[in-house]
Every structure is written in C-alpha cells, then in structure tokens.
Design a protein around this ligand. Structure first.
Ligand SMILES: *Cc1c(COP(=O)(O)O)cnc(C)c1O
Length: 396
C-alpha cells in the first residue's frame, strides 16, 4: 500500500503540508523526491517518440521534481492544475498573458504589487490592453467599472504595503456575470490562511519566494487554476517556455513542509508587535488586517484563517518635509531588522514604503509608512530593536 493510499481523509492543514504532492514509495521510500535535472527525456523507440505516449517528454513540460511541487500546491489550493515559473512577478505576468488579448480591458486593484503595475503600464499597454485601476474597497460596486470587453479582474488582498482587504466573493461574482476571469495574488496569506478558489477566484497566484520558500534564498512563482481555466494557463505556459527549475522546486517543496509552524510564529510575533506599536505615541497607525482597528478587519475575520508576518505602520511625524529623513533615521537605528526587499524568510526586514505610484489611494498624511516583516527571532529582541529605531528617529 502506498503512502497516498494510507493517507486518511479530512486531515488538518499541517498534516496536509507534511504529505502533499509526493509519495515516498514512488521513489524507494525516500522521504523527499529526487531533484531531477533535465532537458532531454529519452523515448524507448520512434513510435513512442511520434505519439509522445509517455509521462515526460521534455523538461520544459515538467519533471518528477517540479510535478511533486505542482501537485502539492494543487492540493493546498484546491486547484485543477498548477504551473511554476521562475519568480512571483513572472507568475502574475504569465497569468495576464494567458487570458488577455489586444483590445481587452483589465481591472487591476490599485494596491497591486508595484512591479505588476509596471508590467501593466508598459508591456500590457504596448500589447493594446486597456488597464484600469480600481479601489480595493470597491466590493460589489465593481459592477459599474465592468465593460463589454473586460476580460480580467485582478485582486491582491491584503494589498501590497498598505494591506487593504477586498471583498473577494462579491468582486468575483460581479466579474463572472461579465464573463471575466478573476485572478488573485494570494502571496500574503498563502493557501494555508486563505484559499482563493473556494471564494470564487479562478486563478490563484503565489510568490513562493516568500513563505513557501521561507529562507530568503529562492525565487519561484506558482499559478493555480480551477478546471475551467486550467487548459488556457497550461497552454500559455507551454507557449512561453517560462518554467521553474527543479532545484528551486525541490527547495520550495521542502519549505512547504514547515510552512505551517513558521507561519504560526510569524503570526503570533507580528500580532504582538503590531499591538505594541499601536499603543505607542510615536506611531500614528498600524496597517495590519488582524487588528480590530484596521478598516478591513471584518472581511479578514470573515474569510481568512490567519495573518502572516508582514505589515506596515505610520511613524508619527508632524511635517511632511521630515517624512523621509525620519524614516531613514528609524531604519538606520535598527540592528536586527535587515533593510531589504521581499519577505517571508526567517529574518526580520524593514523598509520605507514608496506609495508614489498609487492612482486612487492616497498615502497616509500623518507620517512615513514603514513596512516590517516579522521574522523568527525572539519577539522581545525585535521590540528592543524597534525601540532603537524610535530613539534614532526622535534624535534625528
Ligand atoms: C514579492 C511579491 C511578488 C513577486 O515575487 P518575486 O518572486 O519577488 O518576483 C508578487 N506579488 C506579491 C504580493 C509579492 O509580495
């Protein structure tokens, strides 16, 4: 009997993370799958080569290692199929290329990941796709923005850097009435804390670079589609030849096994620090959906099972001319938080958020926005470190 046949039904999320995607008895009982590095796959004879009647044909179309990860993500997302691509950004751009054509109209949430906006404003515009940004809080009123040629509605919740929540089921229902495909960047929550396809989304996208990889050393993206939209996604992936590498797939699958416990720690430390920040006089606001004071909190509570470890706060600074200097002084005062892009790895990170590209949403007026990724360090050490930042900002 194989490991898979032995797996009971109705298992919990951490049990699922431990078992998803790969059956050790497919490879002599070894717990992890082999890393199959490949381009060529041999055929036993010319007849099989002609018909492609074997599981693997060429490595751009998958290997046992990439399949193990895709299968695991399918199980976690509840998807019909998953592709992997070399970065989270490529996961979003590939999904857009799969479903959009010249003359189409696409609705993109205004709190979208910044590099996706750049893709929309440059390459999609060049390919004749009309892109319109919408307010993340729009909900069912997105109806009024839908046109005859609206072919794609893209969500990201919580939004990048400012963490606005979205009413996913309401937006998806309206988009579907118009026949548009609904894509969602679910990097913040991971399928452990939110499963987009269960809420009406057609295509769920993750920067696996973040929590699935978990160690700040891998770039990878996943795109998972429901049955209706899987074929077109798979065709686009084949046409573009943008495929994830087996070594990276191996590492991400390895990362998934511990993602549940890591997320629990990220969540509890982030929540503790967010509450601690909120109570301070030198903080104007904390932007974190898990806090009851946050405008999207009710939606978060309704739809999400947890919160991850990245959020922002507004440093209280009276004069706009001082925003940048105070933010930089704060960051320069930190010793444990690293200054760097991305998040989801074990170390804590901080940066000064630039909201200059927003079309609809306004940047907070009461001070600069600082984003924190709360890593796996001891939470008291992180508080002490943030205290260093506040002291440095005050002294500047
Ligand atoms: C980081 C991130 C991406 C891009 O992932 P990369 O692997 O760094 O390209 C996409 N979407 C969101 C929401 C992200 O946070």
């Amino acid at each position: 009997m194989s490991e898979k046949d032995r797996t009971p039904k109705n298992i919990g999320p951490n049990t699922q993370l431990v078992r998803a995607g790969y059956d050790p008895f497919d490879y002599h009982g070894f717990i992890n799958p082999p890393t199959v590095r490949a381009s060529t796959v041999l055929f036993p004879d010319a007849g099989v080569m002609e018909t492609h009647n074997q599981k693997y044909t060429y490595a751009t179309r998958g290997t046992p290692t990439t399949d193990a990860l895709c299968q695991a993500v399918n199980e976690l997302e509840g998807a019909a199929g998953t592709i992997i691509v070399p970065s989270g950004l490529a996961a979003v751009t590939l999904a857009f290329l799969a479903y959009l054509s010249p003359g189409d109209h696409a609705l993109i949430v205004d709190s979208v990941y910044g590099n996706v906006r750049h893709f929309c404003d440059t390459m999609l515009a060049r390919f004749g796709v009309e892109v319109e940004y919408y307010d993340p809080s729009i909900g069912a009123a997105i109806e009024s923005l839908l046109k005859q040629n609206t072919k794609l509605v893209h969500l990201e919740a919580p939004g990048s850097n400012t963490f606005e929540m979205q009413d996913v089921p309401a937006i998806a229902a309206a988009a579907h009435r118009q026949g548009a495909v609904v894509t969602m960047d679910n990097t913040w929550a991971t399928p452990l804390y939110f499963r987009p396809l269960d809420f009406g989304v057609d295509v769920s996208i993750q920067a696996a670079t973040k929590y699935p990889a978990g160690h700040s050393d891998i770039l990878l993206g996943t795109v998972s589609a429901n049955a209706e939209h899987w074929k077109r996604l798979r065709q686009a992936n084949g046409a573009l030849g943008i495929c994830g590498a087996p070594d990276d797939a191996y590492q991400v699958l390895r990362g998934l096994r511990t993602m549940g416990v890591r997320l629990e720690r990220h969540q509890s430390s982030a929540l503790e620090i967010a509450r601690w920040l909120e109570a301070r006089g030198d903080v104007s606001r904390v932007l974190y959906p898990a806090l009851p004071s946050f405008p999207g909190h009710e939606i978060w509570k309704r739809d999400f099972k947890g919160a991850s470890g990245v959020f922002s706060f507004v440093l209280a600074v009276a004069r706009r001319e001082e925003f940048k200097a105070k933010a930089q002084a704060f960051l320069n005062g930190l010793a444990l938080f690293g200054l760097g892009y991305s998040w989801g790895g074990f170390p804590s990170l901080a940066l000064h958020v630039d909201l200059g590209d927003r079309r609809i949403l306004q940047a907070p007026e009461k001070g600069p926005v600082l984003r924190l990724h709360i890593g796996l360090e001891d939470v008291n050490d992180l508080k002490t470190d943030l205290e260093r930042g506040f002291t440095a900002a005050k002294a500047s």
